[in-house]
Design a binder for this molecule. Structure first.
Ligand SMILES: CC(C)(COP(=O)(O)OP(=O)(O)OC[C@H]1O[C@@H](n2cnc3c(N)ncnc32)[C@H](O)[C@@H]1OP(=O)(O)O)[C@@H](O)C(=O)NCCC(=O)NCCS
Length: 274
């Protein structure tokens, strides 16, 4: 297994090993979750639905795709199954427990929409990745109040990555040096919307990581992939700078789609196996 670089953003346990700057980002998020995002559930749902329709068309016919979106403000029965509950550290904070339970609840709701009524517990792999039922690909993201899960199944072998970020997260902390390659830094600093551009690079790379981790089973550093903007507010073309696996070699490229809603950015990647 490839050793984790020191700045691995490990959120797989309660004792996160974020680098100083990223840990600050995360605590900023935790501290501000009620402060940002004037988005309401119906508009966020509409935006995610459009993105999911786009994913459906890139998967092609014969594939079924579904999503679930839950808010921390809703009251619901977010009970973890015993095997899922045992994933969390007994010392996990209440906020972390609730967020994790919301994610697993959303996962089961989304799987039901795929026709999987009695979904098995969604366990966690060694790098924090959710372990989906055989034949299903999916991805989970939490941001502030929101949790979104997208799942899909079909004849092709593919993986999915989704990520929701708010640029209010990076209001006070500049993580550009950690996240961006030189060309990306040029782009991020070129306009008058530094935070928005940085949030979009950050979100796009996290969505890419979630989609590509199942392909290579190894940590991918932020600077091992370089993004070029496709067109304003549409997303990026990602290109590998280093060799990650047999398939993910230098020059290997893929697309990341991004959608903005007020302060939120939703990034997604559908990766079909070759
Ligand atoms: C894993 C990571 C992407 C999660 O992103 P985040 O913004 O911190 O948190 P999100 O809420 O959006 O996503 C959390 C979910 O990611 C999923 N996840 C975690 N590790 C994963 C992995 N290796 N592969 C796929 N999904 C993963 C989990 O489902 C988790 O939710 P859960 O704990 O409720 O199951 C991030 O913490 C990280 O480690 N990033 C560094 C690697 C990276 O992004 N490299 C870029 C290369 S292009």
């Amino acid at each position: 297994m490839v050793p984790k670089p020191s700045h691995h953003l490990d959120n797989t346990a309660d004792n996160c090993h974020y680098p100083y700057s990223c840990r600050s980002v995360q605590s900023t998020v935790a501290g501000r979750s009620s402060n940002y995002s004037a988005v309401n559930k119906s508009e966020l749902t509409a935006m995610v639905r459009r993105a999911v329709e786009r994913m459906r068309s890139s998967l092609g016919s014969g594939h079924n795709i579904a999503f679930a979106l839950l808010s921390a403000q809703e009251t619901g029965n977010y009970t973890l199954r015993p095997d899922e509950a045992s994933i969390l550290s007994p010392h996990a904070s209440q906020t972390k427990k609730e967020r994790f339970a919301r994610g697993r609840t959303a996962a089961h709701l989304a799987l039901q929409q795929l026709g999987i009524e009695k979904s098995p517990p969604i366990l966690r792999g060694q790098e924090g990745e959710p372990l989906w039922p055989i034949g299903v690909a999916g991805s989970i993201t939490h941001c502030g109040l929101w949790t979104i899960v997208v799942v899909a199944k079909g004849p092709k072998h593919f993986s999915l990555g989704v990520d929701l970020e708010s640029y209010c997260k990076i209001n006070h902390i500049d993580i550009s040096g950690l996240v961006c390659c030189d060309k990306e830094l040029d782009w991020v600093t070129a306009g008058n919307d530094f935070r928005k551009r940085l949030a979009s690079i950050f979100s796009a790379k996290e969505a890419a990581y979630k989609a590509l981790y199942p392909v290579c089973n190894r940590y991918i550093d932020f600077k091992e992939v370089e993004l070029s903007p496709l067109s304003p507010e549409k997303g990026f073309r990602g290109q590998f700078c280093t060799s990650i696996s047999d398939q993910l070699t230098p020059g290997y490229s893929f697309q990341i789609q991004c959608r903005w809603l007020k302060d939120l950015i939703f990034s997604y990647v559908v990766h079909a196996a070759e």
